[in-house]
Design a protein around this ligand. Structure first.
Ligand code: HEM
Length: 235
């Protein structure tokens, strides 16, 4: 007998939903919000760079000890890492699957202008997403593992950031990648509102402004760090 948790062909309801384009967009939206939250909190935390070495190094130690002694040292940090990694993996997998599904169901080449704009936005999302992914891999090697040739000292977050951004090509790469991330966040938020069906002429300009404002705040914060080090404002 069919139950509410099983679809008509016997597939569990959650799996059937995940296999649909709508389900994948919901996964992209949910993981996107988590990643968005992380990027925002990470940027705000990094502002401690402007308060000096003690402030940001103390903050780095605090992050490692959250939950201790209930959890082991770095326990909460590792939980956050696993959750973030899972969110990134699901976000990318669903993005590729939605893209493939759209490609398969597309009847003919597009001619209309609005569709061309949508294609431009999704192309930016794909390329931007790839650059952001490359950035995250470099960033982990750079400031978490200290494997990019910088003078890395475990726990000295302040000195590590300065040593990293004192290399102009690295600082410029951070700036470009974070500008791409800003575009990605803007388009991502905007299209998430679209997928959620918040597409009412009364809210559309508000929705656009909200997505833009959030993306701009995060981008300005993030690019200010390499710029400040290059200008010698943080040393
Ligand atoms: C210019 C902007 C940024 C600066 C200055 C910065 C700085 C740092 C520093 C210093 C660490 C090491 C913290 C520690 O060891 O205590 C770190 C870790 C990390 N950052 Fe960033 N970050 C920036 C942008 C970003 C962005 C845009 C993302 C994601 C899209 C990101 C993702 C991460 C991740 C995932 C970690 C590893 C956390 C961990 O597992 O310990 N960062 N960042």
């Amino acid at each position: 007998m069919e139950t509410a948790t099983v679809s008509r062909n016997g597939t569990p309801w959650v799996l059937a939903f995940y296999r649909s384009a709508l389900g994948k967009k919901a996964v992209m939206a949910a993981t996107g919000i988590m990643l968005f939250g992380f990027v925002f909190v990470h940027m705000v935390g990094n502002l401690k760079l402007y308060l000096g070495a003690d402030a940001i190094n103390h903050y780095g130690r605090f992050l490692r000890e959250i939950g201790y002694p209930l959890l082991p040292h770095e326990g909460a940090l590792w939980i956050a890492r696993v959750v973030l990694l899972g969110a990134v993996a699901l976000h990318i997998t669903s993005a590729i699957q939605v893209w493939l599904m759209a490609k398969e169901s597309r009847p003919e080449a597009y001619t209309r202008k609005d569709v061309a704009i949508a294609t431009y936005a999704s192309r930016t999302m794909r390329w931007g997403g790839l650059i952001v992914l490359a950035f995250i891999l470099f960033h982990l090697a750079d400031l978490t593992l200290g494997r990019t040739g910088n003078a890395f000292v475990e726990g000295d977050v302040y000195a590590n950031v300065i040593s990293s951004f004192s290399r102009p090509p690295v600082a410029i790469f951070y700036i470009i990648a974070n500008l791409m991330l800003g575009l990605h966040l803007y388009h991502g938020l905007w299209s998430m509102f679209q997928s959620l069906g918040w597409n009412n002429p009364r809210f559309n300009s508000w929705r656009n402004e909200f997505a833009a404002a959030f993306a701009v705040v995060i981008t300005i914060g993030n690019i200010s760090f390499p710029i400040s080090v290059m200008l010698g404002l943080v040393k």
